[in-house]
Write a protein that binds this ligand. Structure first.
Ligand code: GUN
Length: 688
């Protein structure tokens, strides 16, 4: 069956001794993350699935997992090995990697699941840890106490406490072996939080969320979502989180969007034995299908009918491969969605395909957890599908609107004109008329009506407002008065009067003249609009008040690109300070722009780096975790971050890759993506 043999995929490289067990994050999308777990048997790229290998029945062999599927880590059960003399003897003599003939990372479970399925197990808490250590497991698991959804609160509380009581002795016995610290708590949010807090205080490497198999089996996905939401924020962010026993691809996008890094499951093999096919939208029966629901490599040249005619064993292997390939493909899709900043869209789309999942997703969106909203990157790009009510449920939109409503303040509000009628780009339609309005009076507020809210014209190119894809009527129907009133309040505008104008209307000019009580004659210079844009974007992206930026902005000049948009903002000496992004409308500062920002009150938040990092950061190299001495608590993932040296001198500017609390927690990976350092600037390069 193998398309190529094991020799063709080299053995994994061990990580540096000091990095063993370190979890590094390479990309974030809200709370979703791509990471790397460093181990002596190679790097595990997350999110990923650890296929369950039953050492007695191998539907797909571990060698094939490694060579055919590039599986970097798998999970097997130390209790099963311990119980079977022939497996135990070989594992103790040669190690678990030789037993399974697998060169990658091996995680083992402890027998807890067997105790849930079959009653008590006869192995001791320390004994099973010592055994995992003796057979050279990479990541072992302590013997936790399984919490079933039908248990009452007292029983669950006992299980949570007993699991925690066993934690210290398990860690001691592990003698440095990486260890899973499972989170229990049944269906009780308070106990899930308690378990996460208690277990998070111990030195575990990974935290699996346990006790969820019966919850998933009963399709209680809303409960599952609640359990993740009540657990994740209370766990140390620098440890991978695992969903014990979750292997249905349908659940991956939702779980990943909520910050899950690892999955494990025997589902690919168990479902195959029952003639069931795993698909990203649910489970399909195999027995009568004429065509495969998805074409994956293992079934490309074979029909379902041909597979049905095979021996039971061969059929099970092909269906298991089908299930595994579909599962891996969905994980690839999820990881790419994280890179594209679109995991929320994928999770929402998948949730539509199953009623219980839809309910779970609605529950998540209704919760409006600040923990999720605060981590959203509002400087994304690309088309954005509007859905009714998304302004109250989609964390990216909530964050964008919060940012606008909290940080933007109108400096002009004598009168107010609200344009509606078409999607962006609005500048092509409106720039001329707005310059004419400014020619009459600079003190008139100009807003645009979008399906998610009113925005000032100065941010007409800003994501997501400029990238909304909605049905035509959402643009062409005049906005309702109630919507306008609510929006004006949210924007802090108490305008005495406003005019609502259809930007497609042929008599638009006449209406506006009428409202202003003046004839439109001379246009203002385009720099007037550029200055408004800069003032407002400095409020939104750097938290700089209009009064603070006024002097600087009155003196800057603009370099304008071929499309008539500002490329660079220069100070009066001609130094480059800022650049608006042409793709998402955000504003970036150069090292000198950052220097100016660092001198303002209040200034944008930042971090202090140590003396080893300073020379590199000054040259514009990224700030890595492990070199940060302190961090302002206002630092937010995706937002501007000033960088200082140990003496408190500003040295560079960048974008925070994580939240303030994570800056010093992580030990590896990029903490601040530096845009520019002072060393690159003449007159500021005195330090090495
Ligand atoms: N496998 C599936 N669920 C669990 C759990 O709660 N604990 C352990 N140790 N393994 C599991």
């Amino acid at each position: 069956m193998a398309a190529w043999n094991i020799q063709e995929r080299p053995a994994p490289e061990p990580c540096k001794e000091n990095d063993t067990g370190v979890f590094e994050i390479t990309c974030r999308d809200g709370r979703a993350r791509l990471g790397k777990i460093h181990t002596q048997h190679g790097i595990v790229n997350t999110p990923c699935l650890l296929p369950v290998i039953n050492p007695n029945i191998q539907t797909i062999s571990p060698q094939d997992m490694w060579s055919d599927y590039g599986i970097e880590a798998l999970i097997t059960n130390s209790y099963v090995i311990w119980k079977h003399e022939h497996l135990k003897t070989k594992a103790l003599a040669e190690g678990v990697h030789a037993l399974l003939n697998y060169p990658g990372v091996i995680m083992t479970d402890s027998g807890t699941f067997q105790s849930y399925m079959y009653g008590d197990v006869e192995v001791g808490v320390e004994e099973i840890i010592a055994f995992q250590r003796d057979i050279s497991v990479d990541i072992g698991t302590m013997l936790d106490v399984f919490t079933r959804p039908d248990m009452d609160e007292n029983e669950v509380e006992f299980a949570v406490e007993e699991t925690h009581n066993r934690a210290k002795i398990s860690i001691q016995t592990a003698k440095g072996m990486m260890l899973n610290g499972p989170i229990q708590g049944g269906i009780f949010p308070e106990l899930r939080r308690k378990s996460a807090r208690l277990m998070g205080e111990e030195t575990f490497t990974v935290h699996p969320i346990g006790g969820i198999v019966p919850i998933m089996e009963q399709h209680m996905y809303e409960k599952l979502a609640e359990i993740i939401l009540e657990t994740k924020p209370y766990l140390p962010a620098n440890r991978p989180t695992h969903l014990f026993g979750c292997g249905h691809p349908m659940l991956f996008p939702m779980a990943i969007a909520l910050g899950i890094d690892l999955f494990d499951s025997a589902a690919y093999a168990l479902f195959a034995r029952d003639d069931r096919l795993l698909c990203p939208w649910g489970t399909e029966k195999f027995d009568q299908i004429v065509e495969w629901p998805i074409t994956v490599p293992c079934v490309q040249s074979i029909t379902p009918k041909q597979v049905r005619e095979m021996s039971k064993e061969r059929k099970t292997e092909i269906l298991a491969r089908f299930n595994l390939e579909v599962t891996l493909a969905e994980l690839s899709r999820c990881r790419q969605a994280v890179r594209d900043g679109r995991i929320w869209d994928l999770a929402r789309m998948r949730s539509r395909q199953h009623p219980a999942l839809k309910k779970a997703w609605e529950f998540i969106e209704k919760q409006q957890k600040q923990w999720i909203i605060s981590s959203q990157n509002i400087s994304n790009q690309g088309g954005w599908m509007y859905e009714n009510g998304c302004e109250k449920s989609d964390p990216r939109i909530i964050k964008s609107l919060e940012n606008l409503h909290q940080n933007w303040r109108s400096t002009t509000h004598e009168k107010c004109i609200i344009f509606y009628g078409a999607p962006s780009p609005w500048r092509n339609k409106l720039n001329d008329i707005i310059l004419k309005i400014r020619g009459i009076n600079e003190n008139i507020l100009i807003l645009i009506s979008t399906p998610i809210g009113l925005i000032p014209y100065s941010i007409e190119d800003l994501h997501p407002f400029a990238h909304i894809e909605a049905e035509d009527e959402k643009w062409t129907n005049p906005p309702e008065m109630e919507f306008i009133d609510q929006q004006l309040i949210a924007l802090g505008i108490d305008s005495k009067s406003h005019l609502i104008v259809d930007m497609n209307h042929e008599h638009m000019y006449a209406k506006i003249c009428d409202y202003l009580g003046k004839e439109i004659q001379k246009s203002a210079h385009r720099d007037v609009l550029f200055r408004e844009q800069l003032t407002d974007k400095m409020q939104l992206f750097f938290g700089v008040e209009p009064e603070t930026s006024a002097d600087l902005i009155s003196e800057v000049s603009f370099i304008v690109g071929g499309t008539g948009r500002v490329r660079n903002v220069l100070d009066k000496e001609g130094n480059h300070l800022f650049s608006p992004s042409l793709t998402n409308g955000s504003l970036a500062a150069t090292a000198l722009g950052g220097l100016w920002l660092s001198k303002q009150k209040p200034r944008p938040p930042g971090v202090v780096v140590d003396e080893h990092a300073e020379p590199f950061v000054r040259k514009g190299r990224n700030v890595f975790h492990g070199f940060i001495l302190s961090v302002d608590k206002e630092v937010k993932q995706g937002d501007i971050c000033l960088i200082y040296n140990q003496s408190g001198e500003y040295i560079a500017i960048g974008k925070a890759e994580c939240e303030a609390t994570e800056m010093t927690l992580f030990k590896k990976g990029i903490a601040v993506r530096v845009r520019d350092g002072l060393k690159n600037v003449e007159g500021h390069d005195s330090k090495t």
